[in-house]
Write a protein that binds this ligand. Structure first.
Ligand code: GRF
Length: 194
């Protein structure tokens, strides 16, 4: 399978995919919406081609998403992985390719960009990590894998997020490998990929 990874930040989940080795697919392109995102350097070090498609370089969101679609389409992916990609995609993107996301909560709790912080504010005792197919809603779509992360006394959003990321770095490659092996089928929507 040909895998394209979208990032906005440090790319530690991208690194986990690079380091996993046995994905059953090839990382053929990394696209960032932020110039200078740390993940771009990680991709370059791993010998993966990169592209940057920044919202600021386009007249509006629709034009930006179309440019993103064009960049991704050129790599002919079977699967797109959102690994810390912080922009919302419409059906024009997510209906075109099977797209998965990793999120630092047990969805449907705490969608959005502040999930670890909100888990602490609510005082929940357990949160976690979710890998899911992406639909047009934010942090929404069929769930592929989840793992609980208990909160600890004195946790800040940073300490909690760090423990969640350690789980993400294992769960995301596992889920991608299952997809590439054709072992994830949900409602007949995203079946076997080659
Ligand atoms: C991860 O915690 C992910 O769950 C969230 O954004 C973070 C990205 O981190 N969506 P990184 O760029 O992979 O280091």
């Amino acid at each position: 399978a040909r895998i394209v990874v979208l990032i906005s930040g440090s790319g530690s989940n991208l690194q986990a995919l690079v380091d996993a080795g046995e994905l059953g697919g090839d990382l053929v392109l990394v696209v960032s919406d932020r110039p200078g995102a740390g993940g771009l350097a990680r991709a370059a070090r791993a010998g993966i081609p990169t592209a940057t498609v920044a919202l600021a370089d386009h007249p509006d969101r629709q034009a930006w998403e179309q440019a993103l679609i064009d960049a991704v389409a050129a790599a002919e992916p079977d699967l797109v992985v959102l690994a810390g990609f912080m922009k919302i995609l419409t059906g024009a993107f997510v209906d075109r390719w099977p797209t998965v996301n990793v999120h630092p909560s047990l969805l449907p709790a705490f969608p959005g960009a502040r999930a670890p912080e909100e888990a602490i504010a609510w005082g929940v005792k357990v949160s976690g990590v979710t890998v899911h197919y992406v639909d047009e809603k934010v942090d929404h779509g069929p769930i592929i894998a989840q793992e609980a992360v208990p909160l600890e006394d004195g946790d800040t959003s940073d300490t909690l997020h760090a423990r969640m990321q350690a789980v993400e770095h294992r769960l995301l490659p596992e889920a991608v490998a299952l997809i590439c092996a054709g072992r994830v089928t949900i409602d007949g929507r995203h079946t076997r990929i080659q």
